[in-house]
Design a protein around this ligand. Sequence first.
Ligand code: 5GP
Ligand code: MG
Length: 177
Amino acid sequence: MGSKSELHILFRRREIKGAVKRLAGEISQDFRNKNPLLLGVLKGSFVFMADLIRLLDFPLEVDFIGLSSYGSGTETSGKIKVVKKLETPVRDRYVLIVKDIVDTGLTTAFLFDYLQKKRPASVKLCALADKPSRREVPVTIDYLGFTVPNKFIVGYGLDADQKYRNLPDICYLEDGT
Ligand code: 5GP
Ligand code: MG
């Protein structure tokens, strides 16, 4: 095995709760009476989605889409494919993408493109975290939780090799050696 990785807390659960509350307020102002479709990008968004929608007190619908980049490795290769389709027709709908983190921006840019072809009324983006230092394509984040440094973030739904999604705090992994 490689070198040991250590977990460090970046944002505690209280801080996350505050950020989600702020986002819910912003989203409520813009989407009340629009019956929006909140579209979670699997798997990283599911914890964030669950907390967010319980703070929205107006009619909305939820769906999920699965995206993955071609090839192996942890780096995004740039070629994205849909591995789980959304089930809801998005034509004329107010779509709000709910994403864990915008890193290179490649999957988000792909998803915007993919959705625009289906002629929604609008597509907006809500991201729990933004890692702007790694951006390769421009992405507009309409509702943002946290800006994070160039570190590998885990917890609150985000994984490292499918682990750590259950951590209630947002942490980063760093070489302990
Ligand atoms: P993109 O590079 O296309 O913006 O992001 C693609 C995906 O890579 C994200 O949705 C997320 O699942 C994963 N990703 C990017 N940065 C991180 C990170 O710091 N931690 C974790 N757990 N996943 C990340
Ligand atoms: Mg992942």
